[in-house]
Design a protein around this ligand. Structure first.
Ligand SMILES: [Zn+2]
Length: 329
């Protein structure tokens, strides 16, 4: 799935001629999607006018409180995240998880839905810190789940790599320089992850898998959530390649909103490889088309609705943990 990332390296980076065509396809796809989308709210939401559609979807969006008056984490997040209004953020019931990043930032989370739901979903935003729109979408989905009721039990971790997000400029890796999405204990990690990094990425510092799997508090947190929360589905939100990827034991969603399924492989230490292929928990990987700009509210809602429709037809997957009788006949 993350070959797209490696291809970004270009000549002398990823190597392999087969990837170049894909890169062109991905770039042109991303460009066409990006160009077709009107600009939404600027990153500094508090100092600019939200897009009219954003106001329509969220009537109070224009009455944003000054960031300084907001409680944490919104005080930090609203000025940083594109398309997120103070009103949206403050309406969310976020809780401190008790786990902190390398630099001591809280990993905030929020549960929405019934404790006895048949399906549990873990939604992760911004495992890569320079993919700001990923956090926005995770937060806006949490708002949709709160507003509309939820048949599933959702656990949102909208900003898994806060040190990367809050760095100036934002960084893909965490504060130890580790690509968290290469730090999961996939089979053969000790040989494969360092070798892949050295040979395929040419020791790209943005893709360093770390010294050992689960060396980082942020990746350990995800691993602990998989053990304790036992999700039937993991959704990991990234940007900016504008595609949808899937790993796991059931039929993948063909599309979420404008994003079309385009599975492209597995990589040592990635969450998709670990969760989807090794642990048997379906992992939907979303690559939003723009890291700096959130999708329009209608697109965010469409992705959410498409995901729920697919969940109703395919979850719980037969081999997922904590399987209970399916609610569909
Ligand atoms: Zn990413």
């Amino acid at each position: 799935m993350f070959v797209l990332r490696e291809l970004e390296l270009g000549p002398g980076g990823a190597g392999g001629s087969s990837g170049r065509g894909l890169l062109g396809l991905v770039l042109s796809l991303g460009l066409s999607l990006g160009l077709s989308l009107p600009a939404q709210a600027a990153p500094q939401v508090l100092h600019s006018s939200p897009h009219p559609k954003a106001q329509a979807a969220h009537p109070a969006a224009g009455k944003a409180a000054p960031a300084a008056s907001l409680a944490e984490p919104c005080r930090q997040w609203v000025p940083r995240l594109p398309g997120l209004t103070a009103t949206q953020c403050s309406a969310l019931k976020l809780q401190p998880s008790g786990t902190r990043s390398v630099q001591g930032r809280e990993l905030w989370m929020g549960d929405v839905g019934g404790r006895h739901a048949h399906v549990k979903v873990l939604v992760l935003g911004a495992i890569h810190g320079d993919e700001l729109s990923a956090s926005t979408v995770a937060l806006q989905w949490m708002g949709l789940a709160q507003d509309n009721g939820a048949e599933a039990l959702w656990r949102f971790v909208p900003m898994l790599n806060p040190d990367g997000v809050m760095a100036q400029p934002a960084r893909r890796v965490n504060a130890h320089g580790v690509d968290l999405n290469r730090n999961f204990p996939t089979p053969g990690w000790a040989q494969e992850a360092p070798r892949y990094w050295a040979q395929r990425t040419r020791k790209d510092p943005r893709r360093w898998p770390g010294n050992k799997p689960l060396s980082e508090p942020e990746s350990r947190f995800v691993h602990d959530q998989m053990t304790a929360f036992t999700p039937d589905l993991i959704v990991s939100i990234h940007a900016p390649y504008g595609v949808l990827d899937f790993d796991g034991p059931t039929d993948p969603p063909r599309r979420l909103g404008r994003l079309m399924l385009d599975p492209v492989g597995v990589f040592p230490g990635s969450l998709g490889y670990y969760g989807g292929m090794h642990k048997g928990v379906p992992v939907v990987t979303i690559e939003l088309p723009n890291a700096q700009r959130a999708p329009l509210p209608a697109e965010t809602r469409q992705m959410w609705q498409d995901l729920q429709r697919w969940m109703g037809e395919h979850l719980p997957a037969k081999t997922a943990s904590a399987v209970q009788p399916s609610r569909s006949p």
